[in-house]
Design a protein around this ligand. Structure first.
Ligand SMILES: Cc1cc2nc3c(=O)[nH]c(=O)nc-3n(C[C@H](O)[C@H](O)[C@H](O)COP(=O)(O)OP(=O)(O)OC[C@H]3O[C@@H](n4cnc5c(N)ncnc54)[C@H](O)[C@@H]3O)c2cc1C
Length: 458
């Protein structure tokens, strides 16, 4: 197979880049090692679209988040993404925290062109009665919003695919050979894929991809963030943030678009890029720190815990640049805590770098900005399968019919939100597997049922 551009990595960054590049008149492929998209960092985060109020002023991160915020409204409309503009409050519980907000965050937000204002205790408590009475005021960031982070990845890829991009799953890049004209990517199964350009969007493994061409200019290490999900009533309208520490934004409490609330994340530097385990210590730490913001949260029931891994980079800022070894590899790496928010901005930036390098890359005369049409329907589509979230058979069939379709139960959960209720799928798993069998009729039914459990954690 020969492409003009291969994007390595089917997370939010790679999908957004593929989506953007699919509007150009080039042959493009998105390559992902897992059997589905959104299996890396992008599957576990706080699901907040940040304004960039706290991104270091003058950084590339601040620049691309700012640009992304201009692009999101059209993307949300065209891709029909679940999105709520909630606003966030960074709460101050001491004069010291108030000064950090006034001296640091208000100045920084102004430099980044983000609207923020100091608001008093009464105003915060009016919208967020659950917040501690110990507060003395806080910073209101109106534009902070919540989104379905998984749908964002899938829909970028679906729209890209209908514009001609190839989405290639189960293709782990093991080796890259460079010649004067092109790269040859050697896939785990021995297959070879040629491409003139490579966009390195491999998240935690972007340093490994760079080193495959001898570029050891940066390293990526994992920083774990554990979360608790609660379905208890949390009386807040806004996202509630602490004043951050030097290491992380701190533990927040945020509504989720799937209903329920997220508490966390922790910030633990670890060695293993595959360690997404949750721990009793993490659970206790989240409870303790969130109770400073919302005292009753100490008693919230956790219906689920999960962990994500931030890609901490040896450089302070995002790395979006040509490789120092071969300029036909462009890195989109070190995208640490804000990659979901920044993704359309990163994609636009990458496209600019590419076009500046190759004037022959032209915009297509026509491309589709919206999602593909609805799928086939059947008479029993209205049968409710997930009782807690009212998900129908038709909704599950619809995602299974898509060209970028789920490979297992986890993929169904992320696309339909079935299995996300308090019961965590205890009632609907058998029914969902039956529906999956309709789409695996030519395979071994026992194997496909087993496969559907792979990677699925209740
Ligand atoms: C705890 C936590 C909270 C966060 N909260 C937010 C938030 O609220 N808002 C926000 O904007 N951001 C948030 N983020 C950051 C955001 O989630 C990340 O910046 C973003 O998901 C990074 O996406 P990515 O595409 O770069 O990486 P990934 O999603 O990891 O994608 C990279 C892909 O590359 C694939 N890959 C790797 N190696 C190979 C190979 N050799 N061959 C083929 N494929 C390969 C991987 O399988 C993976 O799917 C948070 C992150 C964490 C961990």
């Amino acid at each position: 197979m020969n492409y003009d551009v291969v994007v390595i990595g089917g997370g939010i960054v790679g999908s957004a880049i593929t989506h953007k590049l699919s509007t150009y008149d080039i042959e493009i492929a998105l390559i992902e090692k897992e059997p589905d998209l959104c299996e890396g960092i992008s599957k576990a985060n706080s699901a907040i679209i940040h304004t960039g109020f706290d991104a270091p002023a003058g950084s590339l991160e601040a620049e691309v988040i700012s640009h992304a915020n201009k692009l999101w409204p059209d993307i949300i409309k065209n891709h029909q993404l679940a999105f709520e503009k909630r606003g966030a409050v960074m709460v101050a519980t001491s004069e010291e925290e108030k000064h950090i907000i006034l001296d640091k965050y208000i100045m920084n937000a102004k430099a980044n062109g983000v609207d923020v204002k100091w608001i008093g205790k009464e105003e915060i408590l009016k919208n967020n009665p659950a917040v501690t009475r110990e507060i003395i005021g806080g910073l209101f960031i109106e534009g902070e919003s919540i989104i379905d982070p998984w749908e964002a990845v899938y829909k970028f890829a679906e729209v890209a695919e209908q514009n001609g991009a190839a989405i290639l799953l189960n293709k782990e890049v093991k080796q890259i050979k460079s010649s004067a004209q092109h790269f040859t990517l050697i896939i785990k199964n021995g297959e070879e894929i040629k491409s003139k350009y490579i966009i390195n969007a491999a998240g935690l493994y972007s340093d490994a991809i760079a080193s495959m061409i001898g570029d050891n200019s940066f390293t990526i290490t994992p920083r774990k963030g554990q979360f608790i999900v609660t379905k208890d009533k949390v009386d807040i309208k806004n996202i509630i943030l602490p004043v951050p520490s030097a290491k992380s934004k701190g533990k927040l409490i945020t509504p989720a678009v799937f209903k329920g609330h997220l508490l966390g994340p922790t910030a633990e530097d670890i060695d293993d890029k595959a360690d997404r385990s949750t721990t009793e210590e993490g659970f206790k730490e989240i409870r303790k720190e969130c109770a400073r913001l919302i005292p009753v949260s100490i008693n919230y029931t956790s219906v689920k815990q999960y962990a994500g891994l931030r890609a901490v980079c040896s450089e302070d800022d995002y790395i979006i640049r040509k490789s120092v070894v071969n300029p036909r590899m462009i890195h989109a790496a070190g995208i640490r805590s804000t990659g979901l928010s920044a993704s359309p901005g990163i994609a636009a930036y990458v496209a600019e770098v590419l076009i500046a390098d190759d004037a022959s890359i032209k915009k297509k005369e026509q491309w589709k900005a919206e999602l593909p049409q609805q799928m086939n329907t059947q008479t029993d589509d209205n049968e409710i399968i997930c009782l807690t979230r009212n998900i129908t058979k038709g909704e599950i069939r619809e995602v299974l019919q898509k060209s970028v379709s789920p490979a297992n139960l986890d993929g169904i959960k992320r696309r339909t939100t079935a299995l996300l209720g308090e019961c965590q799928g205890s009632c609907c798993i058998p029914k969902i597997i039956d529906i999956m069998e309709e789409f695996h009729s030519d395979g071994d039914p026992v194997k496909s049922v087993q496969d559907s459990f792979i990677g699925y954690k209740i």
